[in-house]
Design a protein around this ligand. Structure first.
Ligand SMILES: NC(=O)c1ccc[n+]([C@@H]2O[C@H](COP(=O)([O-])OP(=O)(O)OC[C@H]3O[C@@H](n4cnc5c(N)ncnc54)[C@H](O)[C@@H]3O)[C@@H](O)[C@H]2O)c1
Length: 245
């Protein structure tokens, strides 16, 4: 098998849809064996035989053991962990319930930490362990109603930075990719309105919405040998949306 991830064993979460699906397929096309993880009931059907699947709620208590256990059983090792699953949330801080806050942090931040923790011994054993996490341009910016989402995504960036520091001596890199406005399941309803889609397309200096593959290619770079000297970074894939102030 040839490709930029030839011989690698990878986990991609949130792989049923959007950025995760494009990434699982791209990683497999580049030679990796991939465990595609998403919620029970999601569409985890893939054409590529090198993609295996696991349906699990990543916020559940035993999810890390299930995910890492299945990857090791299937591949015998782990080289790449791509934490991509995430949920949107929208509530003004003054009205937000504890439950709404926790529901966002549990998936977007705590599940990422818990999966990383479970994966670390195996990534350290890899000659080139890689952690990539999908944060958001909202790790740095914000909008009304995004307190929980922004906090979770800023948390992911801080987590990646610290893991980069702690794991560097083992040759493991940890980075975040920060998507801008991408056409996925998460944004489908908003971008079905041509007016809304147009507003967000024009925020990009490239004058278009992003597609899942635009982000998947950045994740591939960070997961591959090409990104071997990049660690602790937060790389925007936003079509230049955040250039203007
Ligand atoms: N679409 C955008 O414009 C945009 C912008 C910035 C960041 N992001 C981030 O990109 C990542 C991928 O989202 P997307 O845009 O491809 O959306 P998406 O809704 O198409 O995909 C997200 C996937 O995560 C899965 N998921 C959510 N909660 C889960 C859980 N508890 N357990 C297992 N799987 C779970 C969903 O089932 C879904 O398949 C998310 O972290 C999101 O916050 C997206």
């Amino acid at each position: 098998m040839t490709g930029r991830l030839a011989g690698k064993a990878a986990i991609v979460t949130g792989a049923a849809s959007g950025i995760g699906r494009a990434s699982a397929e791209l990683f497999a096309a580049e030679g990796a064996r991939v465990l595609a993880v998403d919620r029970p009931g999601s569409n985890l059907v893939f054409d590529d035989a090198s993609i295996q699947t696991l349906a699990v709620d990543l916020a559940s208590a035993d999810a890390p053991k299930q995910v890492i256990g299945k990857a090791l059983a299937a591949f015998g090792k782990l080289d790449i962990l791509y934490n991509n699953a995430g949920v949107a949330s929208n509530a003004l801080a003054a009205q937000m319930t504890d439950e709404a806050w926790d529901a966002t942090q549990d998936v977007n931040l705590k599940a990422v930490f818990r999966l990383c923790r479970e994966a670390i011994p195996h990534l350290v054993a890899s000659p080139a362990g890689r952690i990539v996490s999908t944060a958001s341009v909202m790790a740095n910016g914000t909008d009304y109603g995004l307190a929980a989402y922004c906090a979770s995504k800023a948390g992911v960036v801080g987590l990646m930075r610290t893991l980069a520091l702690e794991l560097g001596k083992h040759g493991v890199t940890a980075n975040a990719v920060l998507p801008g406005a991408i056409r996925t399941g998460m944004t489908a309803r908003s971008f079905a309105d041509p007016g809304i889609a147009d507003v967000w397309a024009k925020k990009s200096v490239l004058r278009r919405l992003g597609e899942p593959i635009d982000v998947a290619r950045v994740a591939l770079f960070l997961a591959s040998e090409d990104g071997g000297f990049v660690t602790g970074q937060a790389i925007a894939a936003d079509g230049g949306m955040t250039l203007r102030i």
